[in-house]
Design a protein around this ligand. Structure first.
Ligand code: AMP
Ligand code: MG
Length: 334
């Protein structure tokens, strides 16, 4: 009898421990200028820790916070930065180079001139844009260890990569705390850890850039899924739409024929930088980069609503009812 009770107690204990490991914890908060949610299974207080980590990174990286490291760098033209900020700038500069400057973290003066930092939107005159072009060139950012120096008149903005970096850091923290299943949504930057608690893949909706719904659903595990879209921040004037992704070669809103790009890969930072860059480059150049470098997959939505996917997503992306994939971009062009 006593033995039976002991076995029963042990079993109950085991169930409650495994139940605990699968317990869902969530956090919803506003950071980095966007609405964020974290959902994790197991890991105790890891979700609260993750939330604090994101606020800590925001304090360092935000260009609109006058106290941040980035503001110090922009005001002084040079600064010794924290490991995190220096690491992020170093990695972002690598993506700027890889994309031939379609990503350019020194495009901030142009972002400001169009009013995207304040919401006081305006269309700058040609003369003003040609002046801006002189200070936008990531190649004039010098980094040595944690010391960063900017060329004359330059200003940095990590808005195109900071959420991806925060996603990687958060995923690493959760993993470190023993979380095997989690879904992070950092305002359009989705990152998943493992699969769902039941072992199946996470299903991630890819937003329709022209409407409220989804163009389709993507199945993934341990991946970052990052979208850059014209719809995220824009204004209209005299019948024209101007959005917040700027082509650094013109200092005007990107005009590549695309209205959204979703990049899927291992690293949130890489996917974030690339999604912005591919939006600027347009589908043909983006496909050429994908063939050349690999390491990511992508979904493109063109102005006319056509959806194209790189072949690595042909199986895992299911278009919503009434939508079709117009083109699967193949590695072998023929
Ligand atoms: P994302 O939503 O990741 O595509 O990032 C867009 C944000 O990055 C904008 O709101 C700007 O602050 C900044 N940005 C816009 N165009 C570029 C560009 N070509 N390269 C780097 N940052 C950019
Ligand atoms: Mg981005």
């Amino acid at each position: 009898m006593r033995r039976a009770v002991l076995i029963l107690t042990a079993l109950l204990l085991l169930f409650s421990v495994s139940g605990c490991a699968r317990q869902e914890k969530t956090a919803e908060f506003f950071a980095m200028d966007t609405y964020m949610t974290i959902r994790a299974y197991g890991g105790g207080e890891a979700v609260s820790e993750a939330e604090r980590l994101i606020f800590k990174l925001e304090k360092k990286l935000s260009v609109t916070d006058p106290e941040s490291e980035m503001s110090r760098l922009n005001n002084m033209g040079e600064a010794e930065l924290s490991d995190e900020a220096a690491e992020l700038i170093g990695e972002a500069l690598r993506i700027c180079g890889l994309t031939g400057g379609a990503l350019d973290i020194s495009v901030y003066p142009a972002v400001k001139a169009w009013g995207f930092t304040t919401g006081e939107y305006r269309v700058p005159k040609d003369g003003e844009l040609s002046e801006l072009l002189k200070v936008v060139d990531y190649r004039n950012i010098k980094i040595e260890g944690n010391f960063v120096r900017l060329g004359e008149g330059m200003l940095l903005d990590l808005g195109a990569v900071a959420k991806g970096y925060a996603g990687d850091a958060t995923a690493a923290l959760l993993r470190d705390r023993g979380v095997g299943s989690a879904l992070l949504n950092l305002g359009g930057n989705v990152q998943c850890l493992g699969g769902k608690p039941d072992g199946s893949a996470w299903k991630i909706g890819v937003q329709d850039p022209k409407g409220r719904g989804y163009i389709g659903v993507l199945e993934c595990r341990d991946k970052a899924v990052v979208t850059s879209g014209g719809y995220e921040r824009y204004f209209e004037e005299d019948g024209a739409t101007y959005w917040h992704v700027i082509d650094p070669s013109t200092c005007r809103p990107a005009d590549s024929g695309l209205i959204s790009v979703t990049v899927v890969g291992e690293s949130g930072l890489f996917c974030d930088g690339l999604s912005t860059a591919l939006f600027v480059m347009g589908k043909e150049k983006a496909a050429a980069l994908w063939r050349e470098t690999g390491g990511f997959e992508a979904i493109f939505v063109s102005e006319n609503g056509d959806i194209s996917v790189t072949e690595g997503l042909a199986e895992s992306f299911a278009p919503s009812e009434g939508r079709t994939v117009s083109e699967v971009i193949r590695r072998d062009e023929n």
